[in-house]
Ligand binder design. Structure first.
Ligand code: SAH
Length: 294
């Protein structure tokens, strides 16, 4: 565990230090944060304008440790990305490592973006693909509820990467449903998945991608053992709680400027237990119009 001053020194991106410093004083969380690619800056390093902090921080946890400083040099294959996440303790599950090795992240990011860098990448429509460490964290939090034959819902499925991972985990007897409100992203997610190891599951129908308002979940295939929400809800969406199976688990970022990744367990008697896993920054779970205008 690190103290905050060493965390500040460890930060690898000078433009990010001041705003983050204020945030550091507002919370006692100490989880991982990885510095991001310069491509996420709204302007180049040369003209020294401020970065676009919103995209810079999106889908990253706020904190990181000295050991987690991002080393771009060796990060040129999917396998190396997974090994890196294992080496730094982000992935401890063999099953999650195998699935992330099987689903090649490069098939899901736009051309010419560094596919294996541990940071979010812009995918258009004011959305991002989450950083690999956030995907790994969410897969691990949900692993118990992603056993073969189980049902999983991915709200804000974006590129389809995590939905494909869910599908691999629940297998052909299970169901993995992606819901995304930007039709163009749903279309490209289907193209991405068709090139990936999850293609047979899409073809057979145990994996499906849908256009819809994810705040309403996807009642047709409810209840779900696992629900993942890839965008931050201002408050806990009741429809998603209702669609969680007793014994099921939802992982959802909740908040506006300050967001917590919440782990929501529906107990066998239907009662709900909630804990905070870490401070994070995701794009908002909102209406399509609000997202496109933001
Ligand atoms: N987890 C995905 C995308 C994360 S970005 C990935 O890693 O690829 C969050 C996504 O949520 C965006 O694609 C955004 O369009 C979507 N989104 C935001 N609000 C939504 C809503 N109300 N319903 C469905 N999708 C939504």
């Amino acid at each position: 565990m690190m103290n905050l001053s060493s965390t500040m020194k460890a930060y690898g991106c000078r433009y990010c230090v001041s705003p983050l410093k204020q945030l550091l004083h507002t919370t006692n969380h100490h989880l991982r944060f990885r510095p991001c690619s310069p491509s996420l800056f709204s302007s180049s390093f040369n003209n020294l304008k401020l970065p676009n902090f919103n995209l810079l921080l999106t889908s990253n946890s706020f904190f990181f440790t000295m050991e987690h400083l991002w080393d771009r040099s060796g990060m040129n294959t999917n396998k190396k990305m997974v090994e890196h996440l294992q080496q730094y303790g982000v992935i401890s599950s063999e099953k999650v490592a195998r699935v992330m090795e099987t689903i090649d992240r490069a098939l899901f990011v736009p051309d010419k973006t560094p596919a294996y860098a541990d940071c979010p990448q812009e995918i258009g429509y004011n959305a991002t693909i989450s950083a690999p460490h956030m995907h790994a964290t969410c897969l691990q939090l949900l692993e118990e509820k992603l056993q073969p034959g189980m049902h999983a819902l991915d709200v804000g499925s974006g590129t389809g990467y995590l939905t494909a991972c869910f599908a691999m985990m629940v297998g052909p007897q299970g169901r993995a449903i992606g819901v995304e409100h930007i039709p163009e992203l749903v279309a490209s997610s289907i193209n991405n998945i068709e090139k990936s190891a999850a293609a047979p599951l899409l073809k057979k129908g145990s994996l499906s991608m849908h256009v819809g308002d994810g705040r309403e979940g996807w009642p047709e295939c409810a209840p779900y053992d696992a629900i993942h929400v890839g965008a931050a809800a201002p408050e806990m969406p009741q429809a998603l709680l209702d669609q969680l199976k007793p014994g099921g688990r939802m992982v959802i970022p909740v908040g506006n400027i300050f967001q917590d990744l919440k782990v929501v367990d529906k107990n066998p008697d239907g009662s709900i237990s909630i804990r905070s896993e870490s401070s994070v920054r995701y794009v908002p779970l909102t209406s399509r119009d609000a997202q496109l205008q933001s």
